[in-house]
Unconditional design. Sequence first.
Length: 251
Amino acid sequence: MKENLSAKSYQNNAGAEGYVKFIDSPDGETFKKVLGSAISRRLEHKPHLDILDAGCGPGWLAYQLDADGHRVIGCDASPQLIAVANSRYPKTKFETADLTMPLPYRNGQFDAAILSLSALDLHDQAAAFQNLRRVLKPDGLLLMTIVNPYYGFPVGVWKRGWWRFLTGQTPKLRLRPYNNFLQNPDRNFTWNNSLISYFYTLPEQVNAALAAGFSLNFLQDVVSGEDEKNYSLRHRLYRFPIFLLLEFKAG
Ligand SMILES: C[S@@+](CC[C@H](N)C(=O)[O-])C[C@H]1O[C@@H](n2cnc3c(N)ncnc32)[C@H](O)[C@@H]1O
């Protein structure tokens, strides 16, 4: 069993502050726009859902889904990030909870649960999927956005550099050996100086969700839209599917 290092890294003041700084940066704005709209689109014909934003961080997505007309609770293992979410979005409900431990919600309480880039932070994905399965209604949805494990970080390192940035060229991709990440017994890696995540392959993540009683409903590359020429240069990385969206249905 892996250690719960990721949650600890976000429970550290410097780690939590570093993540908030990223979310508020121009890159974070791009990330929220591209990932947030992919998630909202999956839910747009399903009004007034009860949604759990699981691993909500500073709360931007819970707030967005609230504004879309859903009833949302955001939960996260980091009290620091829950404090940020509460102060930014006082009308949305946020609370501290660890997804790998029994969750403080009723059986079948939610129509949908979202893991927005938080699945890779779970040291025990199997336990978290079982916990989320319990709090979802039968046929409830589990939506996950994940880093594409084949060429997103940590396998893919995307360098833009100032010249590429100024001239609007796409970032340059360097691929590191996939097997190196599989052979690391702890599977953890560090990013943004001090935050820890885990490397899971796509089949591992899908199989863990299937084993917890979900079925795979829909799979999508998350890329910028047809209007990307109107976007800032920072969107150009999103011409590549560095993120994937997976939608499961509770069985
Ligand atoms: C990459 S951040 C994503 C945050 C947010 N969903 C977003 O899209 O900005 C990963 C989040 O997972 C949370 N996390 C890590 N391990 C967790 C656990 N075991 N239970 C609940 N949250 C956890 C972290 O505190 C962090 O807020």
